[in-house]
Design a binder for this molecule. Sequence first.
Ligand code: OAD
Length: 257
Amino acid sequence: MVDAPVGIPESLVTTLQNARGIAVLTGSGISAESGVPTFRDAQTGLWARYEPQELATPEAFARDPRLVWEWYAWRRELVEQAVPNPGHRALAVLENRVPGVVLITQNVDGLHRRAGSQNVTELHGNITRSKCSVEEVVVEPREDDTDVPPSCPNCGAFLRPDVVWFGEALPVREFEEALEAARDCDLFFSIGTSGLVQPAASLALDALRNGAVIAEINSNQTPLSPYAEYLLRGRAGEVLPALMETAFGRDLGGHGG
Ligand code: OAD
């Protein structure tokens, strides 16, 4: 007999089946199995000598816009080549099986929507979009613009990726949605996130204070682990499908990838 990848506690399954509201916070760990490196993983190739924390800042962009734009162009390419994995697809299934699921993600890769999730709150933006670095509005670069970075078609300022950098505020509407979901849920999943970056990391504690049960799915211990009622150690792409199959049966309603 082959062991299940991780033990799924029965009481978690019951809580999941009966939940009236579920908030799910995901981080880059859920996309690791799609080949998108996690934020704090060592970078490879040309970018190995740079720290992500030193490139994803307004100061880095002001100092060297070309370098920062090229780093994002490289990451955007990785994201475009990636496909959603069974972890993303299991969360899309969850949304179909339980009412009131809000998926809050720190990921900028758009893989949750590509897996079929619809109620997605992107807290840190989306790498596939660009915005004007001065006017802060989302725009498409002109097709004939070969500059690096390209310039805003409206005002000529540099374009930048539409993501949140270290030291920048989160988009207000998205953060309010996330906070409301955390405060209203009875089950809060924290999946594939190190829980090191505020204010996203505090959402689980808001949920806990409002009476929710916390379930963590992560291959490692995190600062949130001591607060979690359920610790599912393992890869999200294995644990989540196993959990959904246990809770909702084998027919998970094939979402494409
Ligand atoms: P991190 O790189 O900090 O953490 C990734 C987490 O995923 C770690 O806790 C790993 O143990 C876990 N992990 C890795 N592979 C996994 C797998 N297959 N299944 C389950 N867990 C796995 O990434 P984040 O927590 O997403 O923000 O980082 C949060 C934010 O920090 C990012 O959105 C980024 C950065 O600041 C901004 O750029 C604003």
